[in-house]
Design a protein around this ligand. Sequence first.
Ligand code: HEC
Length: 462
Amino acid sequence: MGFFKKIWNWIDDRSGISETIMPLAKHLVPPASKWSYVFGSATLFCFILQVATGIGLSLLYQPSSQNAYHSLEYITNQAFLGNVLRGIHYFGASGMILFVGIHMIRVYITASYKFPREMNWISGVILLFLTIAMGFTGQLLRWDANGVWSSVVAAEQLSRVPIIGTYIADVLLGGQAIGEHTLNRFFSYHVFIIPAMMFILVGFHLFLVFRNGISEPPKPGRLVDPKTYRKWYQHLLAKKGVPFWPNAAWRDALFGAVVVICIVGLAIFFGAPKLTQPPDPSIITTTPSPDWYMIPIFALFALMPPKIESYIIVIGPLVTIFALLALPFLSNSGERSPLRRPWAVFGTFLVLIFVFSLLYIGLKAPWSPKFDTKPIYKQIKTNNPDMEKGMVLFYKKGCQYCHQIKGHGGMKGPDLTLIGRTWDKNQLKVQIINGNKNMPAYGSILTKDELNQLVNYLAALR
Ligand code: HEC
């Protein structure tokens, strides 16, 4: 024992571990912490789980369009505990998004973003968007039809942003269309860039929790006054404070443990989400849809009136981000209790109803395109090389996922078998370049030649 104690003493003396940890563990926090305060740490537990399983997955995953799908099949079906590992990473992501949401709602409802915790809120908002970005980029790494389709939709939305849209889509996807570069880029985003930002921000967020203290549970009529708050808070701690560990933190530890057990349990029971077909759409039979936490966003875009869509795509996210960041500056003092802030509670309910309705609509609507359609140029033979080129494009550019020609293709859009009878070439061009209600705009995705070949082919369908 003496030997190990010596080693520990040496490590502790040279590194200062207990000097750093003990004050953190023993620092005083307001009494009467509640169960509603555990969601932030639950998010952190999920994050740690994601980092650990993510590293595990990265050892076997190959980020190239040739090998990605097969390396995932290998992980899922052959690698030791691979399916469970993928499962934990999937359910961990779901848990993280869920708890980030609940944590944010709790902070908003109890107005914990008010003085002096404005910066906690701001770093939290950025973390929220980084978390969503992780969900989105991770989905593409699966490199099956779901992930690829989701990114196609997003890219088309982005490229509609006036003036800079094409440029943004270019940078994000690494080219005009989803391909090898996209996968490489998304791998970089998902594994290096966003996690690096998250590590820094999570550290900062936690530092701020210690620096500014855990917010005391609100009481109606007890107002926050930036001039006196810090003094008052110190006074509260001195009089009634309890040590963080174990008085407050045992709830975090217990809840975190339950969360981790549930995630691992779900992963063992249900395993990872089944890989849908590889992005080559000629092999398959399922109806793809994005992961549940992406569905509200996609449903929103699917439902938006086409006339205002291009504006909303730009303005919507900007306004949302701006409003969230501005919140603590708009009201950083005064009442914190939800009982005295009925509009805040009501607004939160409205947002929740909105998001859940979108989720419901998205889950029910058959707005997914059909990926199992067989390439039309293999079904219908033609001796005209120009027609042949049009047909190939009709399939390769994804038109066929949504449109039927002579019985081949999806049903999301109108049947185009006889489109040349009613639509002339100019009308066709306009439709393809600009898209419409439920059809993506192809303006930035097709070259001039490709557009002409497609239009010539469609115009000849009579
Ligand atoms: C995501 C599904 C989807 C994809 C992919 C898609 N479309 Fe469409 N398309 C639609 C829908 C839905 C409509 C009709 C409603 C509307 O205009 O929004 C439509 C309408 C059209 C029309 C007008 C037909 C009419 O009778 O109204 C043409 C022509 C057309 N699409 C051609 C194409 C071509 C060419 C491509 C490939 C470059 C393509 N579409 C890709 C969904 C899609």
